[in-house]
Design a protein around this ligand. Sequence first.
Ligand SMILES: Cc1cc2nc3c(=O)[nH]c(=O)nc-3n(C[C@H](O)[C@H](O)[C@H](O)COP(=O)(O)OP(=O)(O)OC[C@H]3O[C@@H](n4cnc5c(N)ncnc54)[C@H](O)[C@@H]3O)c2cc1C
Length: 469
Amino acid sequence: MSDADVDTAERIVVAGYGPAAHRLVERLAHRGHGGAVTVLGAEPEPAYQRPLLTSVVDGTLPSGALRLPAAPEGVRLLLGVTATAVDRERRLVHSDDGRSHPYDRLVLATGAAPRLPDLPWLHGSDGQLPAGVRVLRTLDDTAALAGAAPVTVVGGGPLAVEAVLALRRLGRDVTLVHRGPYPLDRHLDPRAGELLSARLRALDVDLCLGRTARAYADGKLRLDDGRCVAAHDVLLCTGAAPRDGLARSAGLAVDGGVFVDDELRTDDPRVHAIGDCARPAGPAGSYGGHTTAWEQAETLALLLTGDDFPPARSRPVLRLRARELDLVRLGAPDGADETVVLADAARGRYARLSLRDNRVCGAVLLGLDRAIAAVARLYQRGEPVPADRLALLLGAAPEYAGEELPGDVVVCHCSNVTGTDLEAAWQAGARTPAALTAATRASTGCGSCGDELRRWCTEFVRREEAVSA
Ligand SMILES: Cc1cc2nc3c(=O)[nH]c(=O)nc-3n(C[C@H](O)[C@H](O)[C@H](O)COP(=O)(O)OP(=O)(O)OC[C@H]3O[C@@H](n4cnc5c(N)ncnc54)[C@H](O)[C@@H]3O)c2cc1C
C-alpha cells in the first residue's frame, strides 16, 4: 500500500471483536490513527484470549483473567452487536440493532466457528447439535463442560489434546476418539505419536484411534467398530471453519475464507480481512510469512497508518498448554540435511531434530524440558548447533546450560517480546506479570508463554534481591 493510498483520518469499521480485531485497534491507536474507529462484536463480552479457554475449563483461571486489555480510548465498541450486511456501494455496514455504520475502510475480523464433522447423526433437522454434544470456542462454551460425568472428545489436534488433559484434571473419565493413527498426527512423526499416546494412556485417557463416531444416544457414543463408549458429554474438537458469510453476501471473493492479497485486502480495495476469517489468495505461507491472527492485525495496522509491509518474523512454534506434557514442535523438517533422533520410551522422552546447514529447521521435543529451552533458543537465533547433539538434547551441553534466561530470546512469539523488552518494562515500573503484559503485550496472543513470563518476573525479583543483599 503506498502512502498515497493511506489517509490516517479514515473512518474504519471492524466487524468482529476477537483477538485479531483487538490487536488491530490497539495498534492503530498506538500508531496515531486519527480517524473514527467503530468495532462491532457479536459476543457480549470484550475480546479475550481464546487460546486460554482450556484453562477456564479446568478452573486454573477465572474467565475474567482471559480478558484482553481495554480497547483504546475513543474506539466506539458495540458489544452484542452483529454486522449483518455490507453495502459496498454506499460503504455502509448494517447491524442487527437496526443501525448502519459508514466506513472508508472495512476490516472483516469475524474469525471462525467450530467445524463439525460430516456425520449424519450430528445434523438434526432443526440445525441444533444433539443434547450433550458440545464445542469449545467461546467463554460460554466452557460453562457447559463443568461436571463429573464421563466425556468423550472427538478430534486429534492440539485443542483436542489440551481439552482432554483439562477434563482429566477435573477428574472426569475421558475417551478420545480420533480417526488418525495417533493424536497430533498432522504435527508429529509416528514415533513421537506413539510416545504421546502412551503418555495419555498413563494419564488414564481411553484412546480410540483410527475410529469415527457413528451415533450418539442415551449417553452412549457408538463407534464404527461397534464399540459403545459412555459419554455424558461429547466434545467436538474437529477444527474451525472461517466465518465468511458476511463477505460472501457482500459479493466478495470467498472460498473457505475471505480471499486477501499480501496486503490483507479483499477484491474490494476498501475492504480487508484478518485473522481466522481470512484466506491468502497465494500459496500457503503468503502474507510474506505473516501467519497468525495477531501478526496479520499488526501488519494491517502498519499498512493503514502508512508504513511499509513489515518483514516476516513468525517462526512456527506449537507448544501444548498442559503441565503434564512438555511437548513442543518447532518449524518443519522440510529440506533437512541431517536428522538426529533420541527415543527413550521408558521415560517418555523423545527428540527429533531436523538440521539444515547445521542449524535447526525443525524439531519435535517431548518430555525434555531443558532441551526445549536450549533448542528453541538456537532455532530462534538461527545459530549453529553444538557438535555434541546428544548433550544438547539431554540439556547437558555446557555452553547452553549457563545462561538460563538470555535477553535476546523471544519470550512471546505472538507479540515478538524478548527478555530484554521485559527487563526494560520491569525497570520502567512494571513489577507483576500482569503489569509486564500491559506494558509489552507479552502473553496476549496464544498465551503459551504465561509460565515463562512468571519465571522472568521471579528472576527480576531475584536479581534485585541479589544486588541489594
Ligand atoms: C482453545 C483454543 C486454543 C487455541 N490455541 C491457539 C494457539 O495456541 N495458537 C494460535 O495461533 N491459535 C490458537 N487458537 C486459535 C486462535 O484462538 C484464533 O486464531 C484466534 O482467536 C483468531 O482470532 P480472530 O479475532 O480472527 O477470530 P475469533 O477469535 O474467532 O473472533 C472473532 C469474533 O468475531 C465475532 N463475530 C463473528 N461474526 C461477526 C459479525 N458478523 N459481526 C460482529 N461480530 C462477529 C465472533 O463472535 C468472535 O467474537 C486456539 C483456539 C482455541 C478455541
